[in-house]
Design a protein around this ligand. Structure first.
Ligand SMILES: NC(=O)c1ccc[n+]([C@@H]2O[C@H](COP(=O)([O-])OP(=O)(O)OC[C@H]3O[C@@H](n4cnc5c(N)ncnc54)[C@H](O)[C@@H]3O)[C@@H](O)[C@H]2O)c1
Length: 265
């Protein structure tokens, strides 16, 4: 690892990430957009998948002068055919994906009685199922190459038993188990699988939904460190875990939450 001397990038530079093939789901906004920016700043070859076309194209345009301009592909990750097609495009004429970041999710608030069987399926599709099938799409080429990294985004929410999120939290808890299972199954192929667990991150969507100054004061009250955790902080963790500096890290959960043991917000 070295630090960037002459660029405007706020990120440490990991030389081994340059030219790596990185796929990021849900990369058009929020934490995913910080992943796209931070890996592009390493000189990695980034492809990001998202359903939000306007945001995705705007981000690709913003970063077009990166060493490798990130590529945006529209993909509805709740549709496994869309996933298959997207990875067909990604792998066409290219080598193995080196790093997959399974980031997309949708943390819709609900009460227990709101949920219908159809909504259950939708929530699992957007918060859990695609992580499995995106991983399945990249693993054979990683195995053939003898290396790879998969990072899955969990959530602090279920560790804190937050209210009105039982469906989302069910999926997020499953992601931790899935990560450990895959880490065990893929370790002998030198494929590392870890889970990043963000705390309360102030993204544009969270700000619109509920992240008011009053809520932030409550969050700070529950955090050991009284400071806001930003998407870039989560990206810094992802860069480390994706790099060779984390070569011995697999099958674990890495929190980036300012020590958030709070009693619910
Ligand atoms: N923001 C937080 O405080 C926080 C806390 C804990 C965990 N997380 C986790 O971090 C990750 C990123 O969170 P965020 O706050 O940036 O989320 P976000 O809602 O701001 O962004 C999610 C992205 O996923 C995309 N997406 C949603 N459904 C999709 C679909 N069907 N197909 C393709 N793309 C789709 C959205 O368009 C969006 O660009 C998520 O896994 C989330 O659960 C976030």
């Amino acid at each position: 690892m070295s630090t960037s001397q002459n660029t405007t990038s706020p990120f440490a530079i990991y030389p081994d990430l340059a030219d790596k093939r990185v796929v990021i789901t849900g990369g058009a906004s929020g934490i995913g957009a910080a992943f796209v920016e931070s890996f592009a700043a390493q000189g990695a070859r980034v492809t990001f998948l998202d359903i939000a076309e306007v945001d995705g194209m705007a981000l690709a345009q913003k970063l077009k002068s990166a060493k490798h301009a990130p590529r945006f592909l529209r993909c509805d990750l709740t549709d496994t055919c869309d996933i298959t097609n997207a990875f067909k495009v990604i792998h066409e004429g290219a080598g193995a994906t080196d790093i997959l970041i399974n980031n997309a999710a949708n943390d819709v608030r609900h009460t227990l009685s709101d949920i219908t069987p159809a909504m259950w399926d939708t929530s699992i599709a957007v918060n859990l199922k695609h992580l499995y099938f995106c991983s399945q799409a990249v693993v054979p080429a990683m195995q053939a190459k003898g290396s790879g990294v998969i990072l899955n985004l969990g959530s602090i929410s279920w560790h804190l038993a937050l209210p009105n999120l039982a469906m989302y939290m069910t999926a997020k808890a499953g992601i931790e188990a899935m990560s450990r299972g895959m880490a065990r199954d893929l370790g002998s192929d030198n494929i590392r699988v870890n889970c990043i667990i963000p705390g309360a991150i102030k993204t544009p969507k969270q700000t619109l939904m509920w992240h008011t100054p009053e809520q932030e004061a409550k969050i700070f009250n529950g955090q050991c460190l009284k400071m806001r955790v930003e998407p870039e902080d989560v990206a810094a963790m992802a860069l480390f875990l994706a790099s060779n500096s984390a070569a011995k890290c697999t099958g674990r959960e890495y929190y980036i939450d300012a020590g958030y043991y709070g009693d619910g917000v």
